[in-house]
Ligand binder design. Structure first.
Ligand SMILES: [Zn+2]
Length: 263
């Protein structure tokens, strides 16, 4: 019998080793960022256009891959951020129909969302915490605890702030919708404190009031989850100065890893 042609050839995950840990990256889908100047405000627009068109990419709008990391420490599964989510009223309406694939790709990579023990949130912006619940408000990670800073939780779930910043109505509404579903499962991070063995939280306030980054250390290897970097595969390879985003100074001190935002 003639079989119909398959349409989906999208491979949405990859895997690597980090010391004793196994890391899996799954994509939530392409994040449409609009004009490149939004993400690279300090770069020369002419140069950006040349670089993008030289790589046969559109120059008027930029797409970044929205990727999530899952670390298997041997003792548990830790997911960092959740993507834009599947909510029709939030993620899908704000970021288009191609995002919200994290759960699908996770399962394709052999990881069940039900098996995630911890979801470590860097900050409560849409593309980081809107993937916690489904369209009906049900937890997509029913057995996980949520790690987040108290500052970001308090700030972004406070709906009264919509009056001060009506243009960010969905930011507050989406964070409230997703995070309050886990209100009995929250762990508030503290600067320099261990989240689980091998994973430490570090305050990196600036992008949001309570932005945290995470250091994942195993066998003298350190991986830093920053949570928001404009990581375009063409622009940043060609010119790291194009980034126009915060730089981080990393240094190792006797009491552990120090991370300091410098701009
Ligand atoms: Zn952000």
């Amino acid at each position: 019998m003639a079989a119909s042609f398959q349409k989906d050839s999208f491979v949405g995950w990859t895997r690597f080793r980090h010391g004793d840990f196994q890391c899996t990256v799954v994509t939530d889908g392409p994040l449409k960022m609009g004009p490149p100047a939004n993400a690279f405000p300090k770069a020369d627009p002419k140069e950006i256009t040349e670089l993008l068109t030289g790589a046969f990419l559109p120059a008027d709008t930029m797409t970044l891959n929205q990727n999530l990391l899952i670390v298997n420490t041997g003792e548990g599964l830790v997911l960092f951020d959740t993507g834009c989510g599947v909510n029709q009223s939030f993620g899908k309406s704000s970021f288009g129909p191609d995002i919200g694939r994290a759960i699908w790709n996770m399962r394709a990579a052999g990881i069940n969302p039900e098996d995630i023990d911890l979801v470590a949130i860097t900050h409560a912006h849409p593309d980081h915490c809107w993937g916690l619940v489904d369209d009906d408000g049900n937890r997509l990670y029913p057995n996980a605890k949520i790690v987040i800073s108290a500052t970001d939780y308090d700030y972004w779930t406070d709906l009264s702030r919509i009056l001060e910043a009506p243009h960010m109505k969905d930011f507050f509404g989406g964070a409230h919708y997703n995070l309050l579903a886990y209100r009995d499962r929250l762990i508030f991070v503290e600067d320099g404190k261990q989240v689980v063995p091998g994973i430490t939280a570090h305050a990196a306030t600036g992008h949001t009031p309570g932005h945290y980054i995470y250091a994942i250390e195993s066998r003298d290897e350190t991986l830093i989850i920053i949570g928001d970097v404009s990581h375009h595969e063409v622009l940043l390879r060609a010119r790291t100065s194009a980034q126009g985003c915060r730089r981080l100074h990393l240094g190792r001190h006797s009491d552990g890893l120090r991370v300091k935002t410098v701009s």
